[in-house]
Design a protein around this ligand. Structure first.
Ligand SMILES: Cc1cc2nc3c(=O)[nH]c(=O)nc-3n(C[C@H](O)[C@H](O)[C@H](O)COP(=O)(O)O)c2cc1C
Length: 317
């Protein structure tokens, strides 16, 4: 875990095994992360697709959400045998989650957050990390104190999404604020929020002073970004962006993978949220997306993708 510089951030409804393997294909060093797993659901034996994984993904972190200390510990103990790392979600802003006092709500209850960390730490032997935000709101910024509390409780590293809970996903991630952590904690911190290119990663590392970065939305439709950043960090060279045919090639693999995992009907439905991201560079992308999301058959989808590519090539000649 020592040399990790890039974390693929957890994305509920997106970062399943197929998605993660697309990131892993080119990037051997990125720490992959599952979607947030409800500790209650896991302990109540609802072992769904969410925990499905493959050893080829390692290093792989499993992210847990919840607020009941003993349930979080039981879930972590169960996952310990599969995981290279366990991550705790102290940052999810959505109402459904914070109303149940999970996710970012725990930033307002550092004592309980620390108790959760200690309880998990007692029952696992893999590294433990935590992911959180700057604070609840701009009036309640407490990430430095929260980081210290979690460090004292035993977490091995942290990731901070440089927005508050109230900001949700609006505005810009404030990488500069994260530099306040320098000299305050001994454990590594990873900066998260709005990293969509190699240049963003370079800027974010410099501005935040973080030891690494965590990328969420920037990998959707562009899983090679992790490889490009990894390559830059190892060699100083910036690789060219993927061409449309390379992106469509990856999209086809994504579709095939989801169909294998979920069956044709559910796999095709699941893929609908991704088309926009893969074909965003195409003229009339939203028109094509509208066509793609209505299709229910793999053959037809692949045919439309080939048509998009041919038209794009013809248009750019
Ligand atoms: C659709 C979606 C699902 C997310 N699911 C999770 C999650 O399960 N756990 C978590 O800690 N954060 C989750 N996040 C937050 C991201 O991990 C990340 O912190 C945030 O998107 C900012 O980083 P980015 O700009 O690189 O995407 C989610 C974000 C989005 C947009």
């Amino acid at each position: 875990m020592k040399n990790i510089k890039i974390i693929q951030a957890p994305l509920a409804g997106i970062s399943d095994m197929i998605y993660r393997k697309l990131v892993r294909e080119k990037s051997s060093e990125t720490l992959l992360t599952t979607e947030m797993i409800s500790s209650e659901a896991l302990v109540n034996n609802q072992k769904t697709l969410i925990i499905k994984h493959d050893k080829s993904e390692y290093p792989l972190s499993f992210q847990l959400s919840g607020h009941k200390t003993h349930i979080m510990a039981a879930a972590a103990k169960f996952l310990n045998k599969y995981a290279n790392c366990i991550d705790i979600n102290f940052g999810c802003p959505v109402n459904k989650v914070v109303k149940g006092t999970d996710g970012a709500a725990l930033m307002r209850n550092p004592k309980l957050a620390a108790d959760i960390v200690k309880a998990i730490k007692d029952v696992i032997d893999v590294p433990l990390s935590a992911k959180f935000r700057l604070g609840w709101s701009l009036d309640e910024i407490n990430f430095v104190d929260f980081a210290k509390t979690l460090e004292n409780a035993g977490v091995d590293f942290i990731t901070i999404h440089a927005r508050t809970r109230s900001q949700m996903y609006s505005g810009k991630a404030d990488w500069e604020k994260l530099a306040q952590l320098k000299g305050e904690i001994k454990i590594p911190y990873f900066a998260n929020g709005d990293i969509k290119s190699v240049q963003d990663a370079i800027n974010c590392l410099k501005i935040s002073g973080a030891q690494g970065i965590s990328i969420g939305r920037g990998l959707i439709g562009n899983p090679c970004l992790a490889w490009h950043i990894e390559h830059y960090l190892n060699s100083g060279e910036i690789l060219r962006e993927l061409t449309l045919d390379e992106k469509i090639e990856i999209l086809k693999k994504h579709i095939e993978g989801e169909i294998d995992l979920r069956g044709e009907v559910n796999g095709i439905k699941f893929m609908r949220k991704f088309y926009n991201f893969y074909i965003s560079s195409v003229k009339d992308a939203s028109k094509y997306r509208q066509v793609l999301v209505r299709l229910e058959n793999k053959k037809e989808i692949l045919k439309v993708l080939d048509e998009i590519l041919s038209l794009h090539i013809a248009n750019t000649r």
